[in-house]
Write a protein that binds this ligand. Structure first.
Ligand code: GDD
Ligand code: MN
Length: 354
């Protein structure tokens, strides 16, 4: 059986249409719908009750009070009687007609999780430009701090189907909205048993999104919380410490070669940069990524070098771009360095020491 878990908060303006569309799906009669509602003040629950009677749908409604979105969903997991679970929003941004398509995919491909993804080929998103940028940064950081989510294109999706058995032994303690990332980080599934299918994430027509600035911060807080479980933030710290040591080597050599060896400063700089890249590489190889060392030393060194040189251009690009739009060049440079650190870290993690 399939348990469809739908978190709601003040969705009275959407619930009618949602139930109407759910009712048109044939297979829905054999599944249960679990509404986990955080104390809506607009009759969401009463309306849902009425409609489930009208359509004779198997609906269980819970008031989860002060619990947030993800914790309401976890509450729903505990109530679920099905061996498959679907999580879906109530505001029709997730087309209910896809539920059984996803379920079929899960069964056919013997997958553990099927995600309706906004970021695989063929998908569309009705998002503001601002949210696209935030989402991009979020997914970037998720790759870094939640390594188990690395192969998933849309770890922040809110529409997915999975086998309940993967929850066994998992201690889910999410905060905020991103329940899928919590699942990816903490449950037992096959990494090669995740399937993403594209869908069109429509704009919300009625009611308002509850994903505000505060929730954006909570999402990043959630990431940090998960990084503590994975201990990945320690690795990142090591990488930054080595980066700082590289900076000292770079400056020191530039100074020594120019002042004492009498080299032209640009030539000194080339030598200084390359030396710091190499020392960064060796230190990362024996400390940050010592357990990930595979294959040939020289090959890793070569890859690391390429990533760093590429990063140099990114740094220059950001410096130029931000300065052109009126930001002080020293601040632009700091932003550049921060972005480049993330970039080189990610390429180290996903490419050099993969
Ligand atoms: N129980 C409960 N408690 N439900 C909530 C709460 C809450 O505090 N806040 C929101 N919801 C419900 C909404 O009623 C809706 O059904 C669903 O959760 C999604 O909330 P929205 O406010 O519409 O969020 P969004 O569309 O901006 O973001 C959604 O889609 C993103 C992309 O798939 C969420 O699912 C995000 O987690 C997701 O990243
Ligand atoms: Mn929404």
């Amino acid at each position: 059986m399939l348990s469809i878990i739908i978190p709601t908060k003040n969705e009275a303006s959407n619930i009618g249409k949602l139930f109407n569309r759910l009712n048109k799906i044939k297979k829905i009669k054999n599944s249960e719908i679990i509404l986990v509602d955080s104390d809506s003040k607009d009759n969401t629950r009463t309306l849902a009750k009425k409609l489930s009677r009208k359509y004779k749908l198997n609906v269980r409604i819970f008031n989860t009070g002060k619990l947030d979105l993800s914790n309401s969903v976890v509450f729903g997991f505990k109530k679920a009687r099905g061996d498959m679970i679907c999580v879906m929003d109530a505001d029709l941004q997730h087309p209910p007609e896809m539920i059984f398509l996803m379920l079929r995919k899960l069964e056919k491909e013997k997958a553990d999780i099927v995600i309706a993804s906004r970021f695989v080929k063929g998908a569309k998103i009705g998002f503001s430009a601002q949210r696209v940028v935030v989402s991009k940064i979020y997914r970037f950081l998720a790759k870094i701090f939640v390594p188990k989510s690395q192969n998933v294109r849309d770890p922040a999706a809110g529409f997915f189907v999975f086998r309940k058995k993967i929850l066994k032994n998992a201690k889910l303690e999410p905060v905020g909205f991103k329940i899928l990332l919590e699942i990816l980080a903490k449950t037992e599934y096959g990494v090669d048993k995740i399937v993403e299918i594209p869908f069109s994430f429509k704009e919300r027509k009625k009611g308002k999104s509850k994903f505000n600035f505060k929730q954006t911060c909570v999402a990043f807080k959630h990431l940090l919380k998960l990084s503590r479980t994975s201990k990945e933030h320690k690795r990142f710290l090591k990488f930054c410490i080595i980066g700082a040591s590289g900076l000292i080597i770079n400056e020191g050599l530039l100074w020594t070669l120019t002042e004492f060896a009498g080299l032209f400063y640009l030539l000194s700089s080339v030598i200084a940069i390359e030396t710091s890249i190499l020392s960064n590489f060796v230190l990362n190889d024996i400390w940050t990524f010592r357990r990930e060392r595979k294959g040939r030393f020289l090959k890793r060194m070569f890859k690391f070098n390429i990533a760093r040189i590429f990063a140099l251009f990114i740094n220059l690009g950001i410096l130029w771009l931000l300065t052109t739009i009126g930001i002080h060049y020293l601040i632009s440079n700091l932003v550049g360095i921060a972005m480049v650190t993330l970039f080189t870290y990610l390429s180290s993690l996903l490419w050099v020491w993969k």
